[in-house]
Design a protein around this ligand. Structure first.
Ligand SMILES: Nc1nc2c(c(=O)[nH]1)N[C@H]1C(S)=C(S)[C@@H](COP(=O)(O)OP(=O)(O)OC[C@H]3O[C@@H](n4cnc5c(=O)[nH]c(N)nc54)[C@H](O)[C@@H]3O)O[C@H]1N2
Ligand SMILES: Nc1nc2c(c(=O)[nH]1)N[C@H]1C(S)=C(S)[C@@H](COP(=O)(O)OP(=O)(O)OC[C@H]3O[C@@H](n4cnc5c(=O)[nH]c(N)nc54)[C@H](O)[C@@H]3O)O[C@H]1N2
Ligand code: SF4
Ligand SMILES: [Mo]
Length: 677
């Protein structure tokens, strides 16, 4: 067997993975003993990451819609058609009628090329990806607070904390290798606090479990800051020398007493106080957060509230401290770094800045648009209103992953021309005019950037099935057809161009990546990469406090819809399940959709474990099996969004955080009914 070193395709932990190949087939996967973060370990998904690659359902042919059916075509036919239709739309309706959704499953090189395609060839800034549904509040919130939206520290550094606060992250299931470092710290004596309305595995192991009602985090986080100030636990030197705006936060937090926090969040006042004392007394404290914080109307404010807590106690820039947004997809960090966002080029360089635009115009020999483009959900609105006509979707499944599915379906069906690239047929490819079969992570070269900013190689192990192609091949061909010359001999060549344009990636080249990769910022060829950000100064000079107030979620429960629905994930499946539901051992663990409900609420609704129920919101309803469990807070129900037969996003709403445009996936008002047989 050939053993080839690559990077896991699932989550942002970025584990080192070895794929085993024989006779052009992948026979298995195993962990990389030399990897600096995963150190010879993988979670269950990593061990099985090779299986879907050879699945018979893989898309093998280029397909063009002919009325209700798809017919096989050649790449030339399809790309000529796409170029022709997009040119027509650009000429007749203007470039702003076009858009591109790139992929957090794709490589950095693919994301870079797609954003270049959008900006230079289609001449629009309408480019975005699922970071919008994920960590958009982090990018917005932490760029303001610290000058950079990335995790401030290394995963390794978590092992050195005395206190770890996990907020709205199901770390053991969704970022298992990060969880392993937290447990190491705990073994060494660290205190663990978890804030989550569900009793997650980490919550069960915690010294203190806070159970906020979903959507109330700013209230208790402000209370923590208030108590820390009252108890004299702030780091005044840090506040004086490295930050600005503390006074406004002190004033705003003062009204959030533990009792006020209890009234809003439901967390007992004494627990709020205890959490404040534990966090505030730590010498080295780290905070981990994920979707429980970001996927809210107040997502950006939630992130800022955590940044305020970190800054007030000086817990950033040293080992064992920091604020850690756990990035979800294995390359969502990279897709953001590559500028697959409507307002920035690669390296977070603003499209509205004239000097920066001129730099890219010179490099790309193209004229570029100044005004920022539409975000992902705004593109859906624009499609419904007839303003967006042509869309390219690469490696995303919006029919399953975007909120309010009926509305998304309407949007995608309203388009004049939809191109979708995927490795499997999905609910989204069904609506396409052209389907482009893609090479999977095991069939191409490129890089992924993990949540700790580690840029790592993926390597071609086997050939793609049938006519499937690595995206860079068709993206460059399409760019040429649209009049922007694009000629790269290899993925490494594309990285060279990225390094020349994105300062954080300036010193990154394939020859330097090896097994360990490099953590950005890595500005020059002789720079060793950066483990911990903001250690001496913030890129914006002083970090910024900003006061935040509690705002209720968009939909509140009432007599008609008395239960609070939160949606999320399970350990065994990844999002819309295209890959994990085609992996036999994973599918065997969780084969069917389910809803979790607390025993008290089950009693009130006369529901028994295992019954089939319908869950309804103002948008629609789905049928699925009940799991009665005390692990969900009373008044809440939880539904994972992995299952096409019961799509959770039929239920969710499109309320957006005004600052980051993330939808409120974590709060809808719902009711539950037993299905009559
Ligand atoms: N196995 C697996 N791993 C994955 C993924 C996957 O699909 N499957 N997806 C990846 C991606 S893209 C992402 S973004 C991450 C997501 O990783 P997580 O964010 O950890 O996962 P979620 O299940 O979305 O939600 C996390 C927790 O937030 C809690 N929560 C809900 N509402 C609130 C609230 O208002 N406040 C607080 N404090 N907590 C709340 C939920 O109870 C849940 O336990 O996982 C990544 N890893
Ligand atoms: N209700 C609810 N909805 C949510 C969330 C939630 O918590 N609740 N979370 C949101 C979050 S955080 C996220 S990140 C999104 C995720 O949403 P998506 O990213 O849309 O979900 P995936 O199922 O991961 O879709 C990735 C697609 O890429 C394909 N793919 C894999 N590898 C490749 C490749 O190499 N090339 C190409 N072209 N395609 C490839 C897969 O087959 C799959 O169809 O969902 C969001 N939606
Ligand atoms: S922790 Fe994440 S990156 Fe590591 S093996 Fe599991 S899914 Fe892959
Ligand atoms: Mo995500």
């Amino acid at each position: 067997m050939n053993k080839i070193h690559t990077t896991c395709v699932y989550c942002g932990c970025g584990c080192g993975l070895i794929l085993h190949e024989e006779d052009g087939r992948i026979l298995g996967a195993s962990p990389s003993p030399l990897h600096p973060m995963s150190k010879g370990r993988l979670c269950i998904k990593g061990w099985l990451a090779g299986e879907f690659v050879g699945h018979p359902d893989r898309l093998r042919n280029v397909l063009i819609r002919d009325d209700e059916r798809f017919v096989k075509a050649t790449w030339q036919e399809a790309l000529t058609l796409v170029a022709c239709r997009f040119k027509d739309l650009r000429d007749s309706c203007g470039p702003q009628s076009l858009g591109v959704l790139t992929s957090a499953k794709g490589t950095n090189e693919e994301n870079y090329l797609l954003m270049k395609l959008a900006r230079a060839a289609l001449r629009t800034n309408n480019v975005d990806h699922v970071a919008r549904l994920c960590h958009a509040p982090t990018v917005a919130g932490l760029s303001f607070a610290f000058g950079s939206g990335a995790m401030t520290t290394s995963i390794r550094s978590l092992g050195l904390s005395d206190v770890i606060l996990i907020v709205g992250s199901n770390t053991a299931e969704q970022h298992p290798l990060v969880a392993s470092y937290i447990l190491e710290a705990k073994d060494a004596g660290a205190k663990l606090i978890v804030a989550d309305p569900r009793s997650t595995q980490m919550a069960k192991l915690a010294d203190l479990h806070l159970t906020p009602k979903s959507g109330t985090d700013t209230a208790w986080i402000n209370a923590l800051i208030n108590i820390i100030i009252e108890e004299g636990l702030v780091d005044q030197d840090f506040i004086d020398s490295r930050t600005e705006g503390f006074e406004s936060v002190r004033q705003a937090a003062a009204k959030y007493t533990p009792e006020v926090a209890e009234r809003i969040s439901g967390i007992a006042a004494r627990n709020v106080r205890e959490a404040a004392i534990i966090y505030g007394s730590a010498h080295r404290a780290s905070i981990i957060y994920a979707m429980g914080i970001t996927q809210h109307l107040a997502g950006t404010d939630n992130v800022q509230a955590l940044a305020n807590l970190v800054l007030a106690t000086g817990n950033v820039g040293r080992e064992g401290t920091g604020l850690c947004p756990l990035r979800g997809h294995q390359n969502v960090q990279g897709a953001c770094d590559m500028g697959a966002l409507p307002n920035v080029f690669c390296g977070y360089q603003n499209v509205a800045d004239k000097a920066i635009r001129e730099k890219f115009e010179r490099a790309w020999r193209a004229e570029l648009v100044e005004s920022p483009g539409l975000t992902a959900i705004e593109m859906m609105d624009a499609a419904i209103e007839g303003r967006l006509k042509g869309l390219i979707i690469v490696g995303e499944n919006p029919m399953m992953s975007f909120p309010d599915r009926n509305r998304i379906e309407k949007a995608l069906k309203s388009l004049d021309f939809l191109v979708v690239s995927d490795i499997f047929p999905t609910e989204t490819t069904k609506l396409a005019h052209v389907i482009l079969p893609a090479a999977s992570f095991a069939e191409k070269d490129g890089t992924f950037t993990s949540t700790e900013r580690r840029v790592q190689r993926i390597r071609r192990v086997v050939d793609p099935p049938g006519d499937a192609l690595a995206e860079r091949q068709w993206i460059t061909e399409l760019m040429c057809k649209l009049g922007v010359p694009a000629n790269y001999a290899s993925a490494a060549d594309i990285m060279q161009e990225i390094a020349s344009l994105a300062p954080q990636y300036g010193g990154i080249g394939y020859d330097r990546l090896g097994i360990k990769g490099l953590q950005w910022p890595c500005p020059t060829r002789d720079h060793p990469g950066t483990e911990i950000l903001h250690s001496e100064k913030f890129s914006i000079g002083r970090a910024r406090f900003r006061p935040v107030e509690y705002l209720p979620p968009c939909e509140v429960t009432d007599d008609d819809y008395p239960l609070l629905l939160t949606t999320g994930r399970s350990q065994y499946h990844f999002h819309s399940g295209t890959m994990t539901r085609r992996t036999s051992l994973l599918d065997r663990e969780v084969p069917l959709p389910f809803v979790e409900i607390n025993p008290d609420d089950a009693g009130i609704n006369k529901i028994r474990n295992g019954q089939i129920v319908s869950v309804e919101t103002r948008r629609g309803s789905i049928n699925l099996e009940v799991r009665v469990t005390p692990d969900v807070l009373k008044g809440h129900i939880f539904v994972p969004f992995h299952f096409e037969e019961a799509p959770a996003n039929i239920l969710t709403l499109q309320a957006l955080d005004p600052k980051s445009k993330i939808p409120e996936f974590k709060v809808s008002a719902a009711r539950i009914k037993v299905r009559q047989p």
